[in-house]
Design a protein around this ligand. Structure first.
Ligand code: HEC
Ligand code: HEC
Length: 223
């Protein structure tokens, strides 16, 4: 953890204690881990800014549209990187492009911190699918599919390595996951560099992507 982060950590400690008290899942994390997931932004300011920017109209809990990803508990570094991509036109979607281009980078940092500090998205924990569990845990060497868990963490809770954040995917909406995996399989997204996900999805069939998305969406990751 860098020094500036530590400063912020102390400044926001009161707010964080409140978060930790209201979320048993987050209470299991050390203050350092929580700081890493939240990044440099201020979650308390982010709450106000996200509402003002209208993010919650679509990303709020209980949103009807399942093609909209959940952002609760998502790693701030990942959320921020995606906002930057939308701004740069490397990622686009008719529903979000305008909204997400509006906040300044500082505001986006706070908004990302706020989402990261929320109790993580969680699926029903209901669906058993041994084939998908195996693909997630072990991958499939014969097709060059690397085990999802090695980058996305146990139960898809997301993982941080140096300055790279691999997103949380466990408990995410199945429709959104399916759309994302299919779009990677089709190729790099508008102007974005080739992602490791382009390579991983190459070997997956339609039925497999559907089953994998359904299985991932029922996971219950701890942060
Ligand atoms: C009108 C609805 C709408 C609004 C308002 C909206 N979004 Fe989105 N957002 C979406 C949709 C739909 C997607 C999925 C885009 C895709 O499939 O590529 C998305 C995707 C995202 C992603 C990528 C998530 C991921 O897992 O990769 C981030 C980050 C995001 N939005 C942040 C924001 C922020 C921050 C705001 C407020 C400034 C906001 N959104 C406002 C609909 C919306
Ligand atoms: C070598 C590391 C690595 C492996 C293995 C990996 N991923 Fe990923 N995954 C990433 C990275 C990095 C991103 C972010 C990519 C980006 O922003 O372009 C990502 C993004 C995703 C997303 C998008 C999440 C969102 O919110 O939009 C999904 C879904 C996903 N991966 C599913 C999988 C599945 C399923 C597997 C296993 C079959 C897998 N990944 C294996 C590194 C990996």
């Amino acid at each position: 953890m860098t020094r500036p982060n530590f400063h912020r950590l102390r400044r926001h400690l009161a707010g964080w204690l409140l978060l930790v008290c209201t979320s048993p899942a987050l209470a299991a994390l050390s203050v350092e881990d929580l700081a890493e997931r939240i990044g440099a932004g201020d979650p308390a300011l982010g709450a106000t800014k996200a509402r003002a920017a209208g993010c919650m109209n679509c990303h709020g809990s209980g949103t009807a549209s399942t093609s909209t990803p959940q952002l609760d508990g998502q790693l701030a570094g990942y959320t921020l990187a995606q906002i930057e991509r939308f701004k740069a036109g490397q990622r686009s979607h008719p529903q979000i492009a305008r909204d997400v281009s509006a906040p300044s980078i500082t505001d986006a940092e706070d908004i990302a911190a706020w989402f990261a500090s929320a109790a993580p998205m969680r699926g029903s924990g209901a669906a058993a699918n041994a084939d998908m569990a195996r693909l997630f845990e072990k991958g499939d060497r014969s097709r060059d599919v690397i085990a999802c868990v090695s980058c996305h963490g146990a139960n898809g809770s997301g993982a941080i390595s140096g300055s790279d954040s691999t997103p949380a995917i466990g408990g995410q909406s199945a429709d959104y996951l399916r759309a994302r995996l299919r779009s990677w399989r089709a190729g790099p997204q508008s102007g974005a560099p080739i992602s490791v996900m382009n390579l991983i999805t190459r070997a997956l069939g339609d039925a497999e992507i559907d089953a994998l998305s359904a299985w991932l969406s029922q996971l219950q990751p701890a942060p």
